[in-house]
Design a binder for this molecule. Structure first.
Ligand code: ADP
Length: 418
C-alpha cells in the first residue's frame, strides 16, 4: 500500500478537527490514550486499536492502551524494539501495514493468547512529538469490512501525530505540576522549620534575658560592662528570632487574616515609638505626623504592627546618631499612606526593589555592620499585598530613604468622604 500523502475526505477532516479540540482540552494521559484508541478503531472501522509508548527514561516500549483488556503483567512487560512489529514502526519512524501477521516473523502471539484475541492484520503508524521524534506506536487491528484503504492510513497517521503532540504536552504539563508541587512542599518544609525553630529558641532565650537583666541590676560596676554586652547580644538574638517568628504570617497567608476596621494612627500611638531604646541611645529625633481625622483601613492589627515595626526599626537601625525619623499618615485618593522617612544611609537606586526579596541585604554578608537577616521587608511586602496594598522604597538623594505603605481606605470612609 502506498504511503504517499493523501487528503482526508471532508467527514474525516471534520471529525479530526473535533478530535484535536478534545485532545487539547485534557492533560490526563490515560484519558487521552483511551480516547485515541476509541477514535482510531471507529475512524478506520477496525475491530481493535492499541497504543504502545516509549518510556522516556528506560527507552523501552510498553502497551499503554488497548481496546482489549490487557492483563497488568503483560502491560508491564516491555515489547522488544528489535524483534517486534511495533518496534520496527518506532525505529523506522514510518507507517507499516502487515496484511497477515501470522506470516510475519516479528509477530509475537503471546499477547493474543493472553487476551484470547486473534490478530489478523495490523496497520501501525508512529506517534510523534512536536519535533517529529517517535514516542510510541498507534495500531489499528483487523479491518471489519474489506481491507485497509489509503484513507485509513492517512487518518491513522494524522490521528497519531495529533495524539503524539497531545501526549507529550500532557506529560510536560504533569511534570511541571509535579515540580511545582515539590517546590511548594519544600517551601512548606522550610517555613515549618523556621516557625518551629524560632518558637523553640524563644523560650530558653526569655529565661536567659530574664536572668541577665536581673544580674545586671545586681552587678557591681566591674561586671556591668560585660553584662551589658551579654544583654545586647541576647536582645540582638531576640530581634532575629522575632523576624523568624513573623514568618508564620507569610506561611499561613490569607487564612490567618483577621480583618478589622483599623486606625493606623492609633496603632502607631500605642507603639510608643518615642521610647524606643535604640533610638533614645542614638539620640535620634522621631516625629509623628498624624491626620486630624481618622483614616481607617480594613486590616489585620497584628500583621500591620509587624509591618510598621519592621519599617520603624529599620529606620532607627540604618540612621546614625542624632539622625531624624519622620512617621506620617496621609490620605491619597482612596488610600491611606503610611510613610517612614529617615535621614540614614539611604539605599542605592538599583537596590530599591531587591531589598524586598527574602534574605536580601544591601550590605555584603561578610562585611556587615548592621544586624538582621534580610527577612523583614519581604515579610512586610507579603503582608501588605495580602491586604491588597502596596509597599515601596525611595532614595532621598543621599539624605536617607522613605518607605511607604499604601492601603485601601475602609469602604465606610470612602463612602463618607467621597
Ligand atoms: P534586615 O533589616 O533584617 O537586614 P530587611 O528585609 O528589613 O532585613 O531589610 C533588607 C535590607 O534593606 C537591609 O539589610 C538594608 O540593606 C536595606 N534597608 C532596609 N531599610 C533600610 C533603611 N531604612 N535605610 C537603608 N537601608 C535599608
Amino acid at each position: 500500500m502506498s504511503t504517499e500523502p493523501i487528503k482526508l475526505d471532508a467527514a474525516r477532516l471534520a471529525r479530526m478537527v473535533e478530535v484535536s479540540r478534545i485532545l487539547n482540552s485534557t492533560t490526563d494521559v490515560d484519558k487521552l490514550l483511551t480516547f485515541i484508541i476509541k477514535e482510531a478503531a471507529v475512524m478506520t472501522n477496525t475491530e481493535a486499536a492499541s497504543i504502545l509508548l516509549l518510556d522516556p527514561n528506560t527507552r523501552q516500549l510498553f502497551i499503554k492502551a488497548s481496546s482489549n483488556d490487557v492483563p497488568d503483567e503483560l502491560a508491564a512487560t516491555p515489547v522488544p524494539l528489535d524483534s517486534s512489529i511495533a518496534g520496527a514502526i518506532l525505529k523506522s519512524n514510518q507507517p507499516l501495514y502487515i496484511p497477515d501477521v501470522s506470516a510475519d516473523p516479528r509477530w509475537n502471539q503471546e499477547v493474543d493468547e493472553a487476551i484470547e484475541f486473534k490478530t489478523k492484520q495490523i496497520l501501525g503508524v508512529p506517534m510523534r512529538d512536536a519535533d517529529k521524534s517517535p514516542i510510541g506506536v498507534l495500531e489499528a487491528i483487523n479491518k471489519l469490512e474489506g481491507s485497509f484503504s489509503r484513507q485509513d492510513a492517512a487518518t491513522l497517521a494524522v490521528l497519531a501525530d495529533l495524539a503524539g503532540v497531545a501526549v507529550e504536552k500532557a506529560r510536560l504539563f504533569n511534570e511541571l505540576q509535579q515540580a511545582n508541587k515539590d517546590l511548594n512542599e519544600l517551601d512548606q518544609i522550610k517555613s515549618d522549620f523556621i516557625s518551629i525553630a524560632s518558637h523553640e529558641l524563644r523560650t530558653p532565650l526569655s529565661v536567659i534575658l530574664g536572668y541577665i537583666s536581673f544580674l545586671r541590676e545586681e552587678a557591681g560596676p566591674e561586671m556591668a560592662n560585660q553584662l551589658d554586652s551579654v544583654l545586647d547580644a541576647a536582645i540582638h538574638l531576640r530581634n532575629l528570632i522575632q523576624d523568624m517568628l513573623n514568618f508564620r504570617y507569610v506561611a499561613t497567608g490569607a487564612s490567618a487574616l483577621n480583618l478589622d476596621m483599623l486606625d493606623l494612627a492609633k496603632v502607631i500611638d500605642e507603639m510608643n515609638v518615642d521610647d524606643d531604646e535604640t533610638a533614645v541611645a542614638k539620640q535620634q529625633t522621631i516625629t509623628i505626623n498624624l491626620p486630624p481625622f481618622r483614616l481607617p483601613v480594613e486590616a489585620d492589627r497584628d500583621m500591620m504592627q509587624v509591618v510598621m515595626d519592621n519599617l520603624i526599626s529599620n529606620a532607627i537601625k540604618f540612621t546614625p546618631q542624632n539622625g531624624r525619623i519622620d512617621i506620617s499618615i496621609t490620605r491619597h485618593g482612596q488610600e491611606c499612606w503610611l510613610s517612614v522617612t529617615d535621614s540614614g544611609i539611604g539605599i542605592p537606586e538599583d537596590q530599591l526593589e531587591r531589598i524586598f526579596r527574602r534574605f536580601y541585604q544591601v550590605e555584603h554578608a561578610l562585611d556587615r555592620h548592621y544586624e538582621g537577616m534580610g527577612l523583614g521587608l519581604s515579610i512586610a511586602r507579603e503582608l501588605v499585598e495580602l491586604h491588597n496594598g502596596r509597599i515601596w522604597a525611595e532614595n532621598l538623594d543621599g539624605q536617607g530613604s522613605r518607605f511607604t505603605v499604601a492601603l485601601p481606605l475602609h469602604r465606610m470612609v470612602t463612602g463618607l468622604l467621597g
